[in-house]
Ligand binder design. Structure first.
Ligand code: NAP
Length: 305
């Protein structure tokens, strides 16, 4: 029988989705990148999910990209910079009209994938759930959140959403997924790069009110220029609310840098600056911030894209 879900990437979010589907009786197959990763996976016995300090092991089936089974629903759970190349490896297995769910943060990777595989139906996801890897194939569910799902060209909600209900995956279908993704991108652009450059927790950015104000002004102009006026409304107020509500946290970009991992800057602040340039919009604060961030990343031996 063809499994209903294939999950590309068994990292933090991929593992979180795979384990919840598995225990709801909707067993997915996870796709790992190399025979070595598959051997490591089998040695670990499956995916472990840690919730409220309790750990459960789920023997989710795993395979390589070149396995034979056709793929009719694919959840892409790689980082934005890996997603397109990862799909390309298994693309011959995609059936016509396959659903591809894209969990990537920021914007840019989703559009590239939708253009490259026009016979598939891409669903974009904006997630505020929190998960991290405590070890290989050991995922900690760290923060409750929500998933907005939608298709940019608009379509009726797919029938498989019922499987997310069964799995207890919190979601809502939206006709404005681009607005949600732009809004999240804008909040990220205001907070994350500054937290890296000032080497601080989110709360300490309250001492950078002038920078936050200027960035939010430019981001608002950018959103309006992209026909995302709704996403621009009350942006600065929400940025300040997020900074206060997450005062003790380090941003995801800060954590990537601290752990020596590549960031998704190209799909966040980089995407904002490229879009502004295409729109002929001057955004000196955003561009200056990107330059300082990229210089910082290079100094720390990390990719600047
Ligand atoms: P992650 O923990 O780094 O997991 C990414 C996974 O993709 C890794 O397991 C990696 O494999 C795998 N991968 C990369 N290339 C692959 C390939 N060619 N074939 C198969 N697997 C491949 O990342 P994440 O935190 O889950 O983030 C995924 C996306 O969700 C990002 O865009 C992120 O911004 C977004 N997001 C994450 C969270 C969160 O709380 N984690 C919340 C909201 C949004 P290896 O294990 O072999 O490296």
């Amino acid at each position: 029988m063809t499994p209903s879900w294939h999950i590309l990437g068994a990292g933090s979010l991929g593992g979180l989705w795979a384990t919840r589907l598995f225990r709801a009786g909707v067993p997915p197959r996870v796709i790992l990148r190399t025979p070595q990763r598959l051997a490591d996976y089998h040695a670990s016995g499956g995916l472990s999910l840690i919730e409220h300090d309790r750990c459960s092991l789920y023997p989710v089936a795993a395979e390589l990209p070149d396995a034979r089974t056709p793929i009719s629903r694919l959840l892409v759970a790689c980082k934005a910079y890996d997603a397109e190349a990862a799909i390309a490896e298994l693309a011959p297995r995609l059936v016509k009209g396959a659903d591809i769910l894209l969990l990537q943060n920021g914007l840019g990777s989703q559009q590239a994938i939708a253009e490259r595989w026009p016979d598939s139906r891409c669903v974009f996801v904006s997630s505020t759930e929190g998960a991290y890897r405590e070890g290989d194939f050991r995922i900690v569910h760290a923060g409750q959140g929500h998933n907005w799902l939608g298709a940019p060209e608009g379509r009726t909600p797919p029938s498989w959403l019922a499987e997310l209900d069964a799995a207890g995956i919190p979601y809502a279908w939206t006709d404005d997924i681009l607005g949600k993704l732009w809004r999240k991108l804008a909040i990220n652009c205001a907070i994350n790069p500054l937290s890296v450059l000032h080497d601080c927790r989110n709360g300490q950015l309250l001492t950078q009110r002038t920078s936050l104000h200027r960035l939010c002004n430019e981001l608002g102009d950018l959103l309006r220029a992209c026909n995302q006026a709704g996403a621009a409304e009350g942006l600065e107020d929400e940025v300040l609310r997020v900074v206060e509500a997450t005062a003790n946290n380090y941003s995801s970009m800060y954590q990537d840098v601290r752990n020596g991992r590549r960031t998704e800057v190209s799909f966040l602040l980089g995407q904002a600056c490229r879009t502004a340039q295409r729109q002929g919009l001057a955004t000196p604060e955003l561009c200056g911030l990107l330059e300082r961030l990229q210089a910082f990343l290079r100094r720390h031996g990390l990719p600047a894209d």
